[in-house]
Design a protein around this ligand. Structure first.
Ligand SMILES: Cc1cc2nc3c(=O)[nH]c(=O)nc-3n(C[C@H](O)[C@H](O)[C@H](O)COP(=O)(O)OP(=O)(O)OC[C@H]3O[C@@H](n4cnc5c(N)ncnc54)[C@H](O)[C@@H]3O)c2cc1C
Length: 347
């Protein structure tokens, strides 16, 4: 069994940056991610524009995620996707043993937990057979706004995501119906006001009752809405977007053999360098809690670098507390020369 210097649990922004920064600090690293794809929560907002990361031009979530992954894989970490961590143990020799859902076990000198808000999946419709439309016109995330151009779109939900998509699609779709179960929407005030003044047809006290398939059964052709207590209305649709929130699963924090100190609900207590109540085990990103913690991408990157630096000193107490800036770091020397050659060749 290969023993890595660091095992990072979670391949979101914090985990990917930790994998990159482990390479900067010349440590071997393994990255374990429960979902089939890397990128963490950024997977959930591929079409949203991200403006608030220093020095990075505004970018769609999909573009941002692509760059994050590219950077995270710079030093060829050992990556296991579709792999859920279920337990962390400490062996007698002081190393950690990380157990995954499929019974595998990985050894590591240190661990960085970057599990964010857990394994997140959209709350799906509880209507029998609804899943068969997920390959055609039932959506839980918006991958591309263009899909909806000129189409009849029904959005189900009354929170921020549903309201945001209704506002975004107002000028793009042919018709947007927003079906909201309660009498009020629970979004940001300005966005609620915007949707109420738009062309979006807001139908309060309604919910999806039945999906009516097209003749060949491949698509949803109509949606039957339950209105109030016992009235039904049928609407023609080209697409249905469901934003009913997310399910999250972060049970290994409580179930692990190692008892980690937590604050509140499934947040790991740590200092600003990511040091937890267990020596050699660090936390970074949205999963960590300390005074001044910033639950943003920028905060995740700082946490990751700090956690890697702390792990470096755990593995090698003689090592410097901080890494060299990249412009002075030997690990980039060869790559910088390659890039300079490419630039010169393209002139
Ligand atoms: C809709 C939305 C819009 C946002 N917009 C912005 C924005 O514009 N700007 C900004 O700065 N921030 C934004 N954020 C916040 C930002 O996405 C988060 O701060 C960031 O993703 C946190 O990164 P993370 O790596 O800590 O956690 P996550 O992104 O949650 O990643 C954690 C990863 O760990 C994995 N994981 C969890 N448990 C396990 C396990 N047991 N085994 C293996 N893997 C596991 C998960 O599957 C996930 O991939 C937004 C968030 C949302 C939801």
């Amino acid at each position: 069994m290969t023993v890595t210097d660091i095992t990072v649990i979670g391949g979101g922004p914090a985990g990917l940056y930790a994998a990159f920064y482990s390479g900067v600090r010349q440590m071997s690293v393994r990255l374990i991610e429960a979902q089939e794809e890397l990128g963490g929560k950024v997977r959930l907002y591929p079409e949203k524009m991200i403006w608030d990361v220093g020095g990075v031009p505004p970018a769609r979530g999909s573009e941002f995620r692509k760059n994050l992954i590219q950077q995270g894989l710079t030093f060829d970490p050992e990556v296991h996707t579709g792999t859920t961590v279920t337990d962390i143990k400490r062996q007698e020799n002081g190393q950690f043993e990380i157990i995954t859902h499929d019974g595998r076990s990985f050894a590591s000198k240190t661990v960085i937990i970057a599990a964010g808000s857990g394994i997140i999946n959209p709350q799906r419709l509880t209507i029998d057979g609804a899943e068969r439309f997920e390959i055609s016109n039932l959506h839980y995330t918006v991958q591309s706004l263009e899909t909806f151009r000129g189409k009849n779109v029904l959005i189900s939900g009354g929170g921020n995501a549903a309201i945001d998509w209704a506002n975004e699609l107002d000028d793009i779709a042919g018709r947007v119906i927003l079906s909201c179960r309660s009498e009020v929407m629970k979004g940001h005030e300005s966005e609620v006001n915007k949707v109420m003044c738009s062309n979006v047809d807001c139908q309060f006290r309604t919910s999806i009752h039945r999906l009516i398939a097209s003749e060949d059964g491949s698509r949803i052709a109509q949606v039957e809405l339950l209105c109030g207590e016992d009235e039904y209305r049928t609407v023609d649709v080209d697409h249905v977007i469901v934003n009913h929130g997310y399910e999250r699963e972060l049970t290994f924090l409580n179930d692990s053999t190692i008892a980690l100190e937590q604050t509140g609900h499934q947040r790991i207590a740590a200092d600003a360098d990511g040091r937890t109540s267990i020596d050699g085990l660090y936390a970074a990103g949205d999963v960590v809690d300390y005074s001044g913690k910033l639950n943003l991408l920028a905060g995740a990157f700082q946490d990751a670098a700090n956690a890697v630096n702390a792990a470096k000193q755990f593995v090698d107490p003689e090592a410097g507390a901080k890494g060299m800036v990249s412009s002075h770091n030997e690990v980039f020397k060869k790559r910088n020369e390659e890039m300079k050659k490419q630039e010169a060749a393209s002139k």
